[in-house]
Design a protein around this ligand. Structure first.
Ligand code: B12
Length: 213
């Protein structure tokens, strides 16, 4: 007979070893013996934060992080916990087809408890304005990966102002060609260097705390 702690430990070990099916079995086993869903979810969220830390410290590559996110998504389907989202976030990549950074940020914001609407890549400022009207997000996440598209972040903020929407939504910008200085120059509400920074900033903008365990 295993204890609650032993079940959570078994989930963590399989998660860290990227053993998707074994982790799935362990979660099902834990649920069957009555380990509460919120405890399983808390463990999975914490494991994702650890994976993100390892990625940002260079110990993990993108496939490791992607695998961790997939295992989390499988686990959260099994151990579903209804929670009120911290806020609604619309994410996109402006002007180019680079989507990896935007996808990582979108997934991790969802793991941290935000409702995330992904507009995809190659998005224009006009499409962002349409989405702000349609989705009424609390936060806009604008990713830009190439210098030639930097102006699209500025244009998006100017369009929000022109449409009278600027006060309705906080704007967070990022991407490897951006900087804190650029964010100040275009009057964005937040900037971060990487995904953990994006999560911290999103929480700050909403005035709530991070789920990092
Ligand atoms: C993969 C890649 C591609 C792939 C994209 C695949 C895809 N669908 O995503 C392909 C081959 C399609 C591609 C195409 C092009 N690319 Co490219 N590409 C890259 C590459 C190698 C990696 C980008 C990446 O995915 N990184 C991994 C992710 C996880 O990191 P990230 O995107 O930087 O995101 C992190 C942070 O930036 C931050 N972040 C990102 N977004 C946001 C948003 C917010 C709000 C916050 C807070 C943080 C944040 O957090 C993320 C996670 O830590 C980079 C070089 C590099 N080493 O960065 C060049 C690079 C970005 N590409 C470049 C260029 C020029 C192009 C092309 C224009 C080339 C061409 N002439 O065709 C085309 C554009 C095509 C198009 N239609 O848009 C240049 C940009 C140069 C510049 N300074 O302007 C780079 C830097 C390569 C180089 N050294 O020249 N590219």
């Amino acid at each position: 007979m295993s204890t609650r702690q032993e079940h959570l430990q078994a989930i963590a070990e399989n998660f860290a070893g990227f053993k998707y099916f074994e982790c799935e079995e362990e979660i099902k086993r834990a649920l069957k013996v009555g380990v509460p869903e919120p405890e399983i979810m808390k463990t999975l969220v914490s494991l994702c934060h650890q994976a993100l830390k390892k990625y940002e410290q260079g110990e993990y590559c993108i496939p490791h992080l992607a695998a961790s996110i997939s295992i989390f998504e499988m686990g959260s389907d099994l151990a579903k916990v209804e929670v009120t989202p911290k806020g609604k976030v619309v994410v996109c990549t402006l002007g180019s087809s680079h989507y990896l950074g935007k996808d990582i940020i979108g997934s991790l914001l969802a793991i941290d408890g935000f409702e995330v609407v992904d507009l995809g890549e190659l998005v224009s400022p006009e499409q962002v304005i349409e989405a702000v009207v349609r989705e009424k997000p609390d936060i806009l996440v604008l990713s830009v990966l190439i210098v030639a598209c930097l102006h699209l972040q500025k244009m998006t903020i100017q369009s929000l102002e022109a449409e009278g929407l600027r006060k309705e939504v906080k704007v967070m910008i990022g991407g490897s060609v951006t900087s804190e200085r650029w964010a100040r120059e275009i009057a964005a509400d937040a900037w971060a260097f990487n995904a953990s920074g994006a999560i911290k900033e999103a929480n700050r903008l909403m005035g709530v705390g991070c789920n990092e365990a």
